[in-house]
Structures are given as C-alpha cells and as structure tokens.
Design a protein around this ligand. Structure first.
Ligand code: ADP
Ligand code: MG
Length: 664
C-alpha cells in the first residue's frame, strides 16, 4: 500500500503555532506533508560541542550564575553562566526585555544553549543564542544541521523541527524503482540529515533519486497524453482544393516549406490527431506553412486557431494572412488579452462556429472561450507556452490536430523530456531572397563611432537593451533613448518594452514598420517573430548577458529585406574569457542547432527556451542540461512503471496543486 499520509495536510502532524504552520506552507509552496518534505536544505551549518575548537556555532550545557543589566540601554544585557568544567560563558542580548530574560534564565538553572559564539578576553560569548533548551536535549543540537531557504518570520529551527517530525511518521513504502537505487524514504531522510556538504550536491545519490522520480513522473505524464491522443480517432482532413487552389503567393515556396506541408497533409489525413513540431531557423518562413494547414482545416468545415506569444506577433500574423489570402473571404477574428471590448460578441461567433480562423494570444486559454468545432491548433513559438497551457488549449475540443512551431532549435534530449516523442519537420532552407548577416563583436566604448556610421546609412535599426530602466550596472532602454535622442533628434528614436500596454506597443511597431522613425530601442519583446524588412541593423547592448540561442533569435530580426544586414554585439568590460568565446562563436556560426547545443552545455534548458514561459520551471529537482543520462533512465523506466497506483502516487507527489491552499 502506498501511504496516503504524504498528501494530507502537514498541519495535523507537527506541533508548532498556527502562524508558523502558515509560514511553513508559504515557504515550501504547499500544505501537504510531501510539499514540506520536498523543501530541501540549501546548505549546512555545523554546531560544535567542542569548546576548544569551535568554528562559528557552539552548543554547551551551562548553569546560570548571574545577570548583568547595563545602566545604558544601548549596551548589551549579559547573563553569566558556567559549563560543568567551569568555563565562563556569556549569553548576550542586545534588544532585550529585562523581565523576560530574568524569568527565562533563573539563577542556578541549567540549559543547553547554542548559537554563534566568539572568544573574548574574559569568556566565550554567545550572542542571541538560537537554541535554548533542556540540558537533556544537548546531543540533538550538536553536529551538522541543515540550513533551509526561509521566508520572513520563519526560523530555520522551526523548519528543521517540522521536517524531522514528519520524517518520524513517514511509513515504510513499497519501492517502484529497481533496488540499485536508494529508496524514496531513505533519500528524503538523507537529504534532510546531511552529514557533509557533499550531501547537498545535486549529484548525491539521494538527490539524484528524487530528480529521477521527478523526470519519471513527467515522462509518465507525457506518455499518458500521448496514449490518450493515440486512442482517439479524428476525422481525416483532406484538402478539397476549394481554398488551396485559389491561393496565389507572391513567391515560390522553398523545398523545405513544401516538404513540411507534405508531412502535415499526411498527418491530417491519417485519422489520428497530428502532433507535429516544425523547426526552422528564424526567417525560414514557417508561418505560411501553418496558414496553408489552417486553410485545409477550414476547407473541412473545422475551426482553427493560431496562438501567438505576444500581441505584436498576433497582429503581424493577422496582417500577413490578410495580405496573402484576401481573396479567400475566410471569416477571421483576433483575440488579444488587453482588448476586451466586443469580447462577448467574439465569444458568440466562436461558439456558433461563424469564426473560422482565430488568431490569439494567451487570452484564448481562458475558460469562457469555447469553440464549436476546433479541428486544428497552431502554436507559434511554442516554447513560450508551458505544458499545461498546451494541454488546456487541446482540452477545449475533442483532440484537435496540433501543429507547433519553433525557431529555437531544440536539442534532442530536451525535446524528449518536454514533449515525449512528437513528430518533427524541419524547414531547412531559407527563402532565396534572404541575405547573410554580418555579425560584429564590438566594445561598448566605441558606441559613438557606431552611431556615426548608422547615421549615414539609410536603414532602420533595432537597438536592444537588457533592462527597461534604472539599472545600476546595465545600460537601460531609457538611458540609451536619451543618449540617441540627443545625437539624432527626438523624432528619430522610439522606445518599446514589455511594460507598455498592447495598444502602445502596436502603435510603435506600426510606425516603425511604416518607416516613420529610424531607431527602435527595445527590450527583448522584439525577440519573437517580428518581421520588418527595412530594418537591416540590430545592435544588442550587453550581448554578454544574453544566451546564445536568444542572441541568434534577435539576430534573425534583420536580414529580411534585400540590403546587407548587420548584427552588432556590444559588450561591456569586464568580459570573461568564456563570454568572449561565446560571442566569437555567435559571430562565426549561423547554425541555430550548434548554438543551442552550446547554450545547453553552458546554461541549461530553461535558459534556452526562455525561463518561466518554457514550463521548465516546473522541474524543481532535475535540469536537462546536467541530467541527460538521468532523463534517458526516466524514459526507459516510464514504460516499466505501469502499476496504476504507483503512477498515481508519483504524479501526485510532483504535481503540486496549482493553487496552493494556504491557510489564513
Ligand atoms: P519565421 O520562420 O521566422 O516565422 P516568417 O514565417 O515570419 O518566418 O517569414 C519571414 C518572411 O519571409 C515573411 O515576410 C514571409 O512572407 C517571407 N517568406 C516566407 N516564405 C517565403 C518564400 N518561400 N520566399 C520568399 N519569402 C518568403
Ligand atoms: Mg515566426
């Protein structure tokens, strides 16, 4: 039997104040026994019992001898005590309540006292001891103590005590992994009772065990999603030609685009839900491939949605579709988070099936958005959306076909871990009109010379800064704005960043597209997908701060027109040798796959795919970058761990309820 106790509220099993229970729940991000047990120490501290050779913390048993209250309130209060061997110990308090201290430490009484200690001329001082307990408890306060991440008004002592209480009631558990692994219960015990700093290492057997369980849980989940999908039969969608035959593109599709469309057509016709990822470098023309797939869905009288990570991008897709397919009279609509006017009518048109193609941002994930018959979901820049968000959208209808697109080449291990084994098409080539981009690595001290050159060129410029405003050490958007506006004039420069509302952002983008100003200073909001052919220079400030994959993405903003294009990587000293190497690598290679593998080695998967948005933050104990081997083990194990009760148990352990109930 697998113990249910792990999923019960820990409040019933530990005797601390209600306030502390609440703080504990906040601290570990959950209220279940397992949530607290999965709150791991981040370091250790050593409480020595050796009065001759202690380092910082000392634990002693003392007998109280006398109190010395200073006349001057700002001086410390001193309690004189002696060990059994007659060593003089001073217990010292700065902010004190005299009466309270007198009551707590009556003369002649004995205590175990522990805390930061230092040797002075007269005695050993323990300032604000963090432990005052009965002499019989001495041994429990000597030795190595785990140190936990804390929140305000919660002490390490409370966390230690709570976790140790829970470990004591942890029942025997049947094991689901082969016996070569340390058991789940032992792993938890070891993690919370470290014997040296080695036990804190992510590679310690105990931590590896928990990381493996976490990856296993994720693999099981992916398998479940996949098998649900495979059981499902979806009506085959075959192009009737009704719309496709009337498409007249102003350019010829590349071979890569054609072969992607062939893959998609095959999937759509198969009678099983498609789950395909299109990978293609920035500018390889993925959007058009998706649109053509969407036309097939519409020909089959199904609705289809294109999900974009930003409003700017959604609007761009809207404009592109209008431009390319204006003759097809498709009923389309756009749904953005900010713009709620007319939402009721939008929802009605979706529910009635009148809207055939919806272009949307996250807004479409809300529960009140209901489709009549959603047949094909397209997710652009899919790594911007977490697993749960993808699921949420798919759940809006009966197993629609799913097409995802990514410009970030995703290394094989990461792909396996995040998506299970989905099908992948690669748009390998770029449209012929694309020009190579010259990348230049430049010291930021040369920025004035750079501006002079830019001034002479008849082109628009993206200028990327890492932060919006008021940063001590980094050049921020507004600082650069003022600088450039002074040289080039106010009307030549505009600012764009994520804290502006969607309308402001769109206005600026529109003006930039219409060539109303020369330089757009922005944060990485422009990273994703924006297409402005007349911008041929991108300057990236503090390039040393960005990941390679991200820099590559940014670089892809230019080189879309027919002029020569430049990417200027401005770095600020001091530049480490690793950073220098990485920037040179970026200068010398245009291969997104090479760059992303390199990033994976250096930074971890979360960084490649863009932090929180990636959904990687849900992994707490394992990082793909360092756990490639572990991931492979998890993949292998996931087909062997099939007992439904074990599966359920594992999923429950690592699926913290989304909305944690924290008691009031
Ligand atoms: P990405 O793959 O980065 O999403 P887009 O789909 O935004 O790239 O395409 C970038 C630009 O290339 C767009 O302006 C698009 O119209 C254009 N484009 C797409 N396919 C072709 C093609 N076969 N020939 C010429 N231009 C193309
Ligand atoms: Mg795109």
């Amino acid at each position: 039997m697998l113990p249910d106790i792990l999923f019960r509220s820990f409040r019933d099993f530990i005797s601390v104040s209600d306030f502390s229970k609440k703080k504990l729940a906040e601290c570990c991000g959950g209220s279940r026994v397992i949530d607290l047990l999965l709150h791991f120490p981040s370091s250790i501290s050593v409480r020595s019992g050796d009065i001759e050779n202690f380092k910082s913390k000392l634990t002693v048993v003392v007998k109280i001898h006398d109190h010395i209250a200073p006349k001057n309130r700002s001086a410390p209060y001193r309690i004189i005590a002696y060990t059994q061997q007659g060593v003089e110990i001073h217990i010292v308090y700065f902010n004190y309540n005299k009466w309270h201290l007198r009551k707590t430490f009556p003369e002649g009484a004995q205590f175990t006292v522990s805390g930061n200690a230092k040797r002075t001329l007269e005695a050993i001082e323990i300032v604000h001891p963090d432990i005052v307990a009965a002499p019989s408890l001495y041994s429990s306060y000597v030795g190595i103590e785990p140190v936990y991440p804390l929140t305000a008004r919660l002490t390490n002592k409370t966390v230690c005590y709570a976790i140790q209480s829970l470990l004591k009631i942890l029942p025997e558990m049947p094991e689901w992994l082969p016996s070569s692994y340390i058991s789940f219960g032992d792993a938890l015990y070891n993690i919370h009772n470290p014997r040296s700093s080695d036990d804190l290492d992510a590679n310690s057997p105990s931590r590896q065990r928990i990381a493996l369980d976490e990856l296993l849980a994720q693999q099981i989940k992916l398998r479940q999603i996949k098998s649900i999908n495979q059981e499902h039969v979806s009506a085959p969608m075959v192009s009737t030609g009704e719309l496709l035959s009337r498409v007249h593109l102003p350019f010829q599709l590349t071979d890569g685009q054609v072969s992607c469309i062939e893959d998609i057509k095959r999937d759509l016709a198969s009678g099983r839900p498609m789950n395909r990822l299109i990978q293609g470098d920035v500018g390889s023309g993925k959007t058009i491939v998706a649109f053509l797939a969407q036309l097939i869905a519409i020909e089959n009288h199904m609705q289809t949605v294109m999900l974009a990570p930003t409003a700017i991008l959604a609007e761009q897709h809207w404009a592109t579709f209008q431009k390319l397919f204006s003759n097809l009279s498709v009923q389309m609509d756009i749904m953005l988070g900010a713009n709620r006017r007319g939402r009721a009518q939008q929802l009605m048109k979706l529910a009635s099936g009148e809207t055939q193609l919806l272009i949307a941002t996250h807004a479409v994930l809300e529960d009140n958005v209901i489709f009549k018959n959603l047949g094909l979901v397209v997710i652009d820049e899919q790594h911007r959306f977490g697993v749960m968000q993808r699921l949420n959208l798919i759940n809006k209808c009966h197993h629609p076909h799913l097409l995802t697109m990514s410009a970030t080449p995703i290394p094989r291990t990461v792909l396996l871990g995040c998506y299970g084994d989905l099908d992948v098409s690669i748009v390998g080539d770029k449209p012929m009109s694309r020009r190579p981009i010259t990348t230049i690595v430049m010291n930021a001290t040369k920025v004035e010379a750079l501006i002079e050159k830019i001034q002479k060129k008849d082109t628009q410029v993206f200028w990327v800064c890492p932060v919006i405003e008021e940063s001590e050490e980094l050049v921020d958007v507004y600082q650069r704005f003022e600088f450039l506006a002074r040289i080039l004039g106010e009307s030549s420069v505009r600012v764009l960043h994520g804290r502006m509302n969607a309308e402001q952002k769109n206005d600026i983008m529109r003006q930039f597209r219409d060539n109303e100003f020369k330089i757009l200073i922005a944060t990485t909001v422009i990273e994703v997908g924006v297409d402005i052919p007349n911008a041929n220079i991108i300057v990236i400030e503090h390039a040393e701060r960005f990941g390679l994959a991200q820099l590559h993405q940014l670089r892809g903003r230019v080189g879309r027109g027919c002029e020569d294009s430049y990417c200027i990587l401005l770095y600020h000293e001091p530049l480490s040798s690793v950073a220098r190497k990485r920037l040179s690598l970026l200068r010398d290679t245009d291969d997104g796959f090479v760059l992303s593998e390199e990033d994976l080695k250096l930074r971890g998967a979360g960084d490649i795919l863009g932090k929180e948005q990636s959904g990687f933050h849900s992994l707490r104990f394992s990082d793909y970058a360092y756990n490639g081997l572990l991931l492979q083990k998890a993949v292998d194990l996931s087909s062997r761990v099939t007992d439904p009760s074990v599966v359920d148990f594992l999923l429950k352990i690592f699926n913290r309820p989304e909305q944690t109930t924290i008691w009031n």
